[in-house]
Design a protein around this ligand. Structure first.
Ligand SMILES: [Zn+2]
Length: 439
């Protein structure tokens, strides 16, 4: 064999071998790199496990099981997106559980239904050892050290308090630490982002005098004000009035998806001034404005909000079991690591992600408690909503009516709803029965 041919043949076999080694090495590297990326996420989330701002498992427990906990094992629940096994897989350490009752219960039995939802969350979080009901930032931190999933209770919709500050205070006593001022219906004192219901419609009166008293009392109690579901005008009025930081527990960016439940940039700037927090909602319709979405669409919301107000104002409020469609790869509470991996790939630092996962909410909760401590000299508010703004056939008024407030033109929405005749009858009934009124 000529020498030249031999050299070529040796050299080509050498390169073939090297190429094979290179291919093996590169696939080994990508395998290792892939694992290390996932390991990095799990390591980060083990050190900073998630505080999730919104979950509607309690609603599904009522809908599917009539709140009969004895019929199910919360470690593994079918037809829902949340159970203990999946919360643990998703590194969810604290879950804000919504106690939600439908707007149809407003002016009916919303308070009873809310009590029943609080009962089921309290039972769930005390009967299962993996859960722990917490009512303060300190308890939340302690529960992490004890490797528990902390449960926070949040009322979703101001209609649950039936326009009563004493009811609000009693809910606080039962462990409620946050309340969304509206759901999809206006209350007599705050306005919803939704136009689904036509009750208590109003113009230029997005947070009434009593609505301001609700915010003040929540500040005094140390209950977090939640602006997800309120109209932008109500949110703006609250941001101007609240002494404590507030949250949007499950809302996303309006600039990325122009849905009315999302938050526009001008409101984000006001939230920043308030030192508040927006916890991004994962529901596909709020993410891509369509029924389908993917993780990249979700990450676009995080990137945008970070650009506008910084990573120190962002959190996560999944809305699992409260909405129907979720992005591919984020179908239940076990999938949060995939979102964190996407954000790491988009050059979010571990420090920023520690804020998003946990530290931002803890800061807000502690500041809300700080305001409560500052206001501890204040007595419980005795503010009452004017009778004319709430009177309805299901409401007994066990106190003398304030007739000066019982005028027809005081609340156009109220008179439109019940009519002046109803008010007149109510006034006569109350006057006739006044000797028997309970003081
Ligand atoms: Zn909601």
């Amino acid at each position: 064999m000529p020498l030249r041919k031999t050299v070529i043949s040796v050299s080509s076999s050498f390169w073939m071998k090297s190429l094979r080694h290179l291919v093996v090495l590169s696939s080994l590297c990508s395998l290792i790199c892939g694992y290390s990326q996932r390991d990095r996420v799990h390591d980060l989330m083990s050190r900073y496990p998630l505080i999730d701002g919104h979950n509607d498992l309690a609603l599904q427990l009522r809908r599917l099981h009539n709140n009969r906990l004895s019929q199910i094992d919360l470690h593994n629940v079918s037809k829902v997106a949340t159970d203990i096994t999946r919360l643990q897989a998703g590194h969810v350490q604290t879950q804000m559980f919504a106690v939600y009752v439908m707007c149809g219960a407003q002016e009916k039995d919303a308070v009873r239904l809310t009590l029943e939802q609080i009962d089921v969350v309290r039972r769930m979080c005390t009967e299962y050892q993996d859960f722990e009901l917490v009512t303060s930032a300190q308890e939340l931190k302690t529960s992490e050290m004890r490797h528990k999933i902390a449960c926070l209770i949040s009322i979703e919709g101001g209609h649950s308090i039936d326009s009563s500050l004493p009811a609000l205070r009693m809910f606080y006593q039962l462990g409620v630490r946050s309340m969304a001022l509206t759901h999809t219906c206006n209350t007599p004192w705050a306005e919803s982002s939704s136009k689904l219901y036509n009750v208590f419609q109003r113009q230029n009166d997005s947070l009434t005098h009593f609505g301001k008293a609700v915010v003040e009392e929540m500040n005094r109690l140390g209950m977090i004000v939640d602006l997800s579901h309120t109209s932008w005008d109500t949110a703006w009025a609250v941001l101007k009035h609240s002494k404590a930081p507030v949250i949007f527990s499950h809302s996303s960016s309006y600039s990325i998806c122009d849905h009315g439940r999302n938050v526009p940039d001008w409101l984000l700037h006001e939230l920043k001034k308030n030192r508040g927090l927006i916890m991004v909602n994962l529901h596909s319709n709020f993410i891509s404005c369509r029924d389908e979405a993917n993780i990249s669409h979700v990450a676009d919301h995080f990137d945008h909000i970070k650009r506008v107000i910084g990573a120190e104002s962002v959190g996560i409020g999944g809305d699992f079991d409260g909405a129907v469609s979720f992005p591919q790869g984020l179908e239940d509470v076990s999938k949060y690591p995939a979102l964190i991996q996407e954000l790491l790939q988009r050059n979010w630092t571990e420090n920023e992600l520690a804020d998003v996962l946990r530290r931002n909410f803890l800061r807000v909760f502690q500041e809300v408690e700080g305001v409560r401590d500052q206001l501890s000299v204040n007595q419980p508010s005795e503010a009452q909503i004017p009778v004319a703004e709430v009177q309805n056939p299901c409401r007994l008024v066990l106190r003398p009516p304030d007739l000066r407030r019982l005028t027809y033109d005081q609340n156009p929405s109220s008179t439109a709803h019940h009519g002046p005749k109803g008010l007149l009858i109510l006034a006569i009934v109350m006057l006739l029965s006044s000797p028997f009124l309970i003081e």
